[in-house]
Design a binder for this molecule. Structure first.
Ligand SMILES: Cc1cc2nc3c(=O)[nH]c(=O)nc-3n(C[C@H](O)[C@H](O)[C@H](O)COP(=O)(O)OP(=O)(O)OC[C@H]3O[C@@H](n4cnc5c(N)ncnc54)[C@H](O)[C@@H]3O)c2cc1C
Length: 266
């Protein structure tokens, strides 16, 4: 690890100012991804800007939307009464991220900023049509996730919170990598009044994506049986040591079926 200074600003405005001073400055939330990257000398920073004193871990209802502060840990999301009541699929998703240590440190803001192609939250935020709030603007989920580990965030932009609409029914199912618990394939299904949204993580060569074939089938009938004849093309899906693209294509349908069944039980 190269040496660096650790700064703890006490407001998000101060954090944003510090971040904008140099390309060599980076924010840190839970550090679950950034610290190993620094330890392996894959990144070098002059100042690490800790967000822990910036007051970004509030969970509240903002009108019809559930608003979760960027520094809220996965454990806090999974145990929050408001989340359990308003959007139980999010609470459940958070409860299955990584292991206990990761859930106690990793944050929703860090996860979204990192946009790991196998991370769980991107599927939920895209599946629900959430809004990512930053120090500069509000970004729709559709515009936020750009490519593998790439988002619409500018170098000096910090996520402050995420807002999520309440679905009529929703659930997330993942086929976890047995070692890391990251999704080999994860599918988030959300049913709204006149819309079905299905987002897939862990499979796309360009990261999280919406699956229109499954959305169309579920719009006709919101049941796992309506996915029985669906086949997803392996084009554009990842092949790696964990799974071939056609296996991932198969898993997308299976995870979607399980998610639909689970959402109906809520
Ligand atoms: C062993 C292991 C297993 C895991 N399993 C899963 C899993 O099953 N599912 C899953 O979804 N995730 C999983 N994760 C990822 C983990 O849950 C964290 O979400 C992830 O590490 C990033 O969150 P963090 O708060 O630790 O971010 P950090 O490591 O602090 O930061 C990550 C990156 O985001 C930037 N950043 C952080 N916060 C912000 C912000 N507010 N605004 C702008 N940029 C920011 C940082 O500069 C850095 O580049 C796993 C991680 C580990 C180590």
């Amino acid at each position: 690890m190269y040496s660096f200074n650790y700064l703890k600003p006490v407001s998000i405005e101060d954090a944003a100012d510090l971040l904008s001073e140099s390309d060599e400055h980076k924010v840190i939330s839970g550090g679950m991804t950034l610290i190993p990257t620094l330890k392996q000398r894959l990144a070098r920073v002059e100042h690490l800007i800790g967000l822990e004193k910036c007051g970004l871990n509030e969970i509240k209802l903002d009108g019809e939307l559930l608003k979760i502060g960027a520094m809220t840990t996965h454990a806090e999301v999974s145990e929050s009464d408001i989340v359990v009541m308003e959007n139980p699929a999010i609470a459940e998703l958070a409860s299955h991220i990584g292991d206990r240590q990761v859930r106690n440190r990793g944050t929703i803001g860090g996860s979204l900023a990192n946009n790991d192609p196998s991370a769980c939250y991107p599927a939920a935020i895209l599946g629900l049509g959430g809004i990512i709030h930053t120090t500069k603007r509000d970004i729709k989920a559709e515009e936020f996730f750009v490519d593998l580990f790439e988002t619409a965030l500018e170098e000096d932009e910090i996520i402050t919170a995420v807002s999520l609409p309440k679905p009529d029914a929703a659930a997330y199912e993942k086929f976890p990598n047995p070692a890391s618990r990251y999704a080999m394939v994860g599918v988030f299904v959300a049913k709204f009044n006149s819309e079905i949204r299905v987002a897939v993580t862990g499979a796309g060569e360009e990261g999280v994506f919406r699956c229109s074939e499954i959305e169309t089938a579920l719009l006709k009938a919101f049941s796992s049986e309506s996915l029985s004849d669906i086949t997803i093309s392996a084009d554009g899906l990842m092949s790696d040591i964990h799974a071939e693209a056609d296996y991932r294509a198969h898993l997308i349908v299976e995870m979607a079926k399980r998610a639909v069944t689970k959402s109906a039980r809520r």
